[in-house]
Design a protein around this ligand. Structure first.
Ligand SMILES: CC(=O)N[C@H](C=O)[C@@H](O)[C@H](O)[C@H](O)CO
Ligand SMILES: CC(=O)C(=O)O
Length: 305
């Protein structure tokens, strides 16, 4: 059995978006405001500095500032997972130690990106982070962006360590998710990655989810979760279908994060523009985005979680 409290990681974890000022610099103020917004809604946790958080587009200092802002604002109320993965092991370890210093509840990392790496290199990369703190570690498996195919053998080996408490799986195969859950065992957490498959992932063994579109509609994922837990299959499916139509629309913009951040702006939460190369919403598409936001807000009001 793991010696860490696993229950605190279950449920809905919002992959937080980047927060910048009008000059494109990291804004602690905007990050605090956004984190507070999620705490007020009753979201369980935040995943900071991951894909949606543009961690890979920020330098080490910017990533530290963002995490500090989140910890200062909601560190006592929410479960905070710090994504510390960076291309170099050196930066990743520095970010891991920082995450522990500021009180994050877990660290998490993708494999190193850009270079094609052997499984031994990826294992060593992760192990350096794991050994640098006393925090639990969550593997972030997202092969479509990193190019690294995590094998069941490496997953099983990693999961045998007390500190390795789970894996976030963004690959679209629910079969793989189930196989990883089985390999990790009952006290190993599996987080659903593809938001479009939250219900499917949950049904086949995921303990919760970490998602990039949760940030604009956490209430709807909380609703699916609630229906799932209460055994209301039909209703859960209804809400997943609603969510999926909304996601399909969000994915039709030049960048998903640009669209999501613009939606937050429409609601009075200004987190700045997504950082390039992520494109903002073109002026000509603003009307369409506003219509999506209105539709989303109507569903959020209807969901009433
Ligand atoms: C590939 C990718 O970035 N996946 C994210 C994390 O797992 C998801 O949360 C997606 O952003 C979401 O499912 C929309 O496609
Ligand atoms: C989805 C997720 O985990 C991320 O955006 O980092």
């Amino acid at each position: 059995m793991k010696t860490y409290d696993l229950d605190r990681f279950k449920g809905i974890t919002v992959a937080m978006y980047s927060c910048y000022d009008e000059k494109g610099e990291v804004s602690k103020e905007a990050a605090k405001k956004l984190a507070r917004h999620y705490a007020n809604i009753g979201v369980n946790g935040l995943y900071v500095g991951g894909s949606s958080g543009e961690g890979m587009l920020q330098n080490v200092e910017e990533r530290k500032q963002t995490l500090e802002a989140v910890m200062e604002e909601v560190g006592q109320e929410m479960t905070i997972i710090a994504h510390v993965g960076a291309p170099s092991t050196r930066d990743s370890v520095e970010l891991s130690k920082h995450a522990e210093q500021v009180g994050a509840h877990a660290i998490s990392a993708v494999p190193s990106i850009y270079y094609r790496l052997s499984p031994q290199s990826v294992e060593h990369h992760w192990q350096q982070m794991i050994d640098s703190t006393s925090l639990p570690f969550i593997i972030y498996h997202i092969p479509q962006t990193t190019g690294f195919q995590l094998s069941k053998a490496l997953l099983t080996k990693m999961a045998a360590q007390d500190k390795v408490i789970g894996v976030k799986i963004s690959a679209e195969s629910t079969f793989e998710l189930q196989q990883f859950k089985a390999a990790g065992g009952d006290d190993f957490l599996v987080f659903n990655g593809p938001d479009e498959q939250y219900l499917a992932g949950r049904s086949i063994g995921a303990d919760g989810g970490i998602g990039g579109t949760y940030g604009v509609m956490p209430e709807l994922f909380m609703k699916i979760e609630q229906c799932y837990v209460e055994g209301k299959a039909e209703e859960a499916r209804k809400w997943q279908f609603i969510v999926n139509d909304l996601i399909a629309e969000l994915l039709s913009f030049p960048s998903l994060y640009g669209a999501c951040k613009e939606i937050l702006k429409l609601r009075g939460l200004n987190t700045g523009e997504a950082r390039l190369p992520f494109l903002p919403v073109p002026e000509s598409e603003m009307g369409r985005l506003e219509a999506i936001n209105e539709k989303m807000m109507a569903y959020i009001n209807q969901a009433q979680v």
